[in-house]
Design a protein around this ligand. Structure first.
Ligand code: B12
Length: 210
């Protein structure tokens, strides 16, 4: 599999080539994780071209749709056979943020290792997350966000768990482009990850503790 060609096809918004190559991966040519990484790199380049004024909002929307389709095609390859042995976790994009491509990749990988992911969607209010955790007894919370303002929403979510007297009963991991060790401290989360694979390792370790 020519991953560079795949990345370039994403950058030039060449939907037929991206889908054809992802179908080839699904058919056994190449590795699903590496293919997703190539698509993600392409997507990041599209974001840079948007910043430079080469691409516009409709291009971002289109690129997001291509990425979603690409993820769907290889999703069955990531799955470990429907094993839900690691229990439930909540995953969502935080309040005021509508970006869900990264969240959906993380979801596919978490399900692949055996988590039952309660995907609350995008633009999710802190109260909804706290209430779901309470009602369903969920102890692992994954918060995603790519806008700078998502950091504020992540902080609000942590504070909502504190206000509900539940902060010490849950582990919270944050992820998404603006997330760093410093933002993790600011937000008051337990962990942070840019790489979904690190996120998976952290959540698996927590699941073993509970
Ligand atoms: C695609 C895209 C869109 C699409 C989103 C489609 C969709 N379904 O998600 C659309 C067109 C809708 C969109 C809209 C907007 N966007 Co936009 N968008 C992007 C773009 C190009 C890519 C984002 C993305 O999907 N990246 C790829 C994914 C895979 O990366 P990721 O999210 O970081 O996730 C990875 C890791 O971080 C990690 N991860 C993510 N979440 C989690 C969670 C956990 C728990 C863990 C462990 C790991 C993890 O794993 C993922 C896989 O590797 C970025 C540019 C860029 N370079 O990022 C701009 C960008 C994020 N958008 C931006 C802006 C400004 C907007 C708009 C405000 C534009 C407008 N004027 O309307 C709106 C916002 C609407 C809103 N309220 O949310 C800015 C944000 C600036 C800022 N600092 O806040 C960016 C950076 C572009 C730019 N340079 O200006 N956007």
């Amino acid at each position: 599999m020519d991953y560079e060609k795949l990345e370039q096809a994403m950058v030039s918004l060449d939907e037929p080539t991206v889908l054809e190559m992802m179908n080839a991966v699904a058919g056994g040519e190449g590795d699903a994780t590496l293919a997703l990484e190539a698509c993600t790199k392409g997507l990041e380049a599209v974001g840079r071209l948007f910043e430079e004024g080469v691409y516009f909002i409709p291009d971002l929307i289109f690129c997001g749709e291509v990425m979603t389709q690409a993820t769907e095609i290889v999703k069955p390859l990531l799955a470990s056979g429907g094993d839900k042995s690691l229990g439930k976790m909540i995953l969502c994009t935080v309040k005021d943020d509508m970006h869900d491509i990264g969240k959906n990749i993380v979801k596919a990988l978490m399900e692949a290792v055996g988590f039952e992911v309660l995907d609350l969607g995008i633009d999710v209010a802190p109260e909804t997350i706290v209430q779901t955790a309470k009602e369903q007894g969920v102890k692992i919370i994954g918060l995603s966000g790519v806008l700078s303002l998502a950091i504020g929403s992540m902080r609000e979510t942590v504070l909502a768990f504190e206000a509900a007297g539940m902060r010490d009963q849950v582990k919270i991991i944050i992820g998404g482009n603006p997330v760093t060790a410093a933002t993790c401290e600011l937000v008051g989360a337990d962990e942070w990850a840019l790489s979904p694979h690190k996120g998976v390792q952290v959540c698996k370790a927590w699941a073993a503790e509970f």
